[in-house]
Design a protein around this ligand. Structure first.
Ligand code: SF4
Ligand code: SF4
Length: 130
């Protein structure tokens, strides 16, 4: 089968993430899932990214919201612990930042070229109004 480019699909077409069914999706790590040919995991959309999420573990409460909501399965979670972002597949949509409930947030969006260590060192303080 010839693989289609992202701009060749009919508008409204349903693109399935996996081939077949997975019984324990939450308990199956990314490496062990059977991603379909046309999923954004197999055909990376990371080159769309202009801004990227930076993860600051100091504030993370491991709620897993980012893992649940990321549309590109790019949040890496092991044993219910958030451990980082898979930048080979993250497309920079910012949904993970929107759903992160901590104050300050444990994930923030920065320009693609930003230095992660410098951004973490100047992380915003707690917003007292929240
Ligand atoms: S920005 Fe966040 S939610 Fe969006 S693809 Fe990247 S990791 Fe997933
Ligand atoms: S949503 Fe925020 S607090 Fe929850 S696991 Fe993700 S980074 Fe951590």
């Amino acid at each position: 089968m010839i693989k289609k480019g992202w701009d060749e699909f009919e508008i409204g077409a349903m693109l399935r993430t996996f081939d077949g069914s997975i019984n324990d999706i939450a308990g199956t790590s990314q490496d062990d899932r059977s991603y379909s040919e046309n999923s954004s995991y197999t055909a990376s959309v990371a080159d769309w990214r202009l801004i990227k999420p930076v993860f600051n573990k100091d504030y993370c409460i491991d709620c897993q919201f980012c893992w649940i909501y990321c549309p590109d399965v790019s949040i890496i979670s092991r044993d219910k612990k958030m451990i980082g972002v898979d930048m080979d597949h993250c497309k920079g949509c910012g949904i993970c930042v929107e759903v992160c409930p901590t104050n300050p947030k444990s994930l923030l969006m920065f320009p693609e070229q930003a230095e992660e260590e410098a951004e973490i060192a100047s992380w915003p303080a707690k917003d007292e109004e929240k």
